[in-house]
Design a protein around this ligand. Structure first.
Ligand code: GDP
Ligand code: ZN
Length: 379
């Protein structure tokens, strides 16, 4: 059976690329997949049936196992995230870099993100060496480039060859300029992070994969299978993923090594009390330790915020729906409406939506979920 990769999913269907036939098919999902509530995302690998080579149409018969799913942009089976940072303009921010690293490690585990430092034309060699000496010993692949002078662009192109990649990084670091050096006229959708804590404009509802032709890199073009990049996500810092406070350390290999010999169970390694990490703090980069401590503090805030929210939510919702584990939460009616609702009930009036006392039956349940699925596929 033919198979391929979803390049785009939208309300009307899917575009699927079949590498054997080197063809893009316009596809619909087989009804059974919808019934089973299989959500197919861009990047998913699927098996095709009922291929019509004249119309270039087909039907998606099965979705194959998914390796990973990035939440923003919504994209499955991503091989690597390229975190782009500028050395200057905007000034390199070690904490922001580490926040991106942690976010994408959590999203794409166990794959490590690639670090791409752009605008190297604005830095001297010693600054670049300093950056290299922080990240390379930790196992990260570090690429230095300048979209302005072309330095390192071929290295970046090589890193993209044969893979599915996503570029990430705050606005202004040069993502679009870099991608444009590699492929002219690439029409990526770019999410914007307007400000560190501001509200950005996002590209969340759909995503697309774009093929790289490596027109200017004949050596790469000749030797590789298809290479793809996804839309560039935009988000503000409040949306970055947080681990549990005690699990932040797993994202910092150099701190983890010391933490494993810390005598305190559940130590966060931020208070000096004969903690093994703090006893050996001079063995690690101070910037990295500061990032670690800041991210632990973020995680603690997030953790307590979540606890408060979940207490509030629990007080305000009730579970409905009969099947075990499949119930959904609906808001409790406020006392005022509850009183009206009871009165109506007594009077034997029919109520269309009675979230207070009715259990949703199977049909209503399905409608509820279908609505969600359709939203996901909106363009
Ligand atoms: P994006 O928001 O990350 O996509 O960033 P852009 O690609 O829009 O670039 C932001 C600005 O940085 C633009 O004015 C670019 O001309 C400039 N820029 C991009 N790459 C370089 C570079 O390597 N060196 C210098 N000096 N400027 C660059
Ligand atoms: Zn400790």
């Amino acid at each position: 059976m033919a198979s391929g990769t979803v390049l785009r999913s939208h309300a009307g269907g899917y575009l699927v690329y079949d590498p054997e036939l080197d063809t893009v098919f316009q596809c619909a999902a087989r009804g059974r997949l919808k019934k089973e509530r299989v959500s197919i995302f861009t990047g998913d690998r699927v098996e095709l049936d009922e291929i019509d080579p004249e119309q270039n149409t087909a039907v998606i018969a099965t979705m194959l196992e998914r390796e990973n799913l990035l939440s923003r942009p919504p994209l499955a089976n991503v091989d690597q995230v390229i975190i782009v940072q500028a050395v200057h303009q905007p000034e390199w921010n070690p904490l922001l870099t580490d926040r991106y690293i942690v976010h994408f490690q959590l999203e794409l585990s166990p794959a490590l993100p690639v670090l791409c430092f752009n605008k190297c034309d604005l830095a001297d060699e010693s600054e670049l060496e300093a950056l290299r000496s922080i990240y390379e010993p930790l196992g990260y692949f570090v690429i230095f480039v300048s979209a302005m002078t072309g330095q390192g662009i071929e290295d970046l192109a090589k890193a993209l060859a044969g893979k599915v990649s996503v570029f990430a990084g705050q606005s202004g670091v040069g993502k679009s300029t870099l991608l444009n050096c590699i492929e002219k006229d690439l029409q990526l959708k770019t999410g914007v992070m307007d400000h560190e804590f501001g509200v950005g404009r996002h590209t969340t509802t759909s995503s697309e994969l774009y093929r790289l032709s490596f027109e200017h890199f004949p050596a790469i073009r000749a030797s590789q299978t298809a290479s793809w990049v996804g839309d560039t996500p935009g988000f503000n810092l409040l949306e970055l993923k947080h681990p549990q406070p005690t699990e932040v350390v797993w994202q910092f290999p150099e701190i983890l090594k010391l933490a494993q010999d810390c005598k305190y169970l559940n130590c966060l390694h931020v208070v000096d009390n004969d903690c093994n990490v703090l006893n050996h703090i001079d063995e690690i980069s101070l910037g990295r330790y500061n990032s670690y401590a800041a991210i632990v503090s973020d995680a603690q805030l997030e953790y307590s915020r979540r606890q408060v929210t979940s207490q509030k939510v629990e007080a305000n919702v009730k579970k409905v729906g009969g099947r075990a584990g499949k119930e959904i939460s609906v808001p409790r009616l406020s006392t005022k409406y509850r009183a009206i609702s009871r009165r109506r009930e007594k009077q034997g009036q029919y109520e269309e939506i009675d979230t207070e006392d009715d259990e949703l039956d199977a049909t209503e349940h399905d409608t509820y979920n279908d609505g969600i699925e359709d939203d996901e596929n909106l363009d």
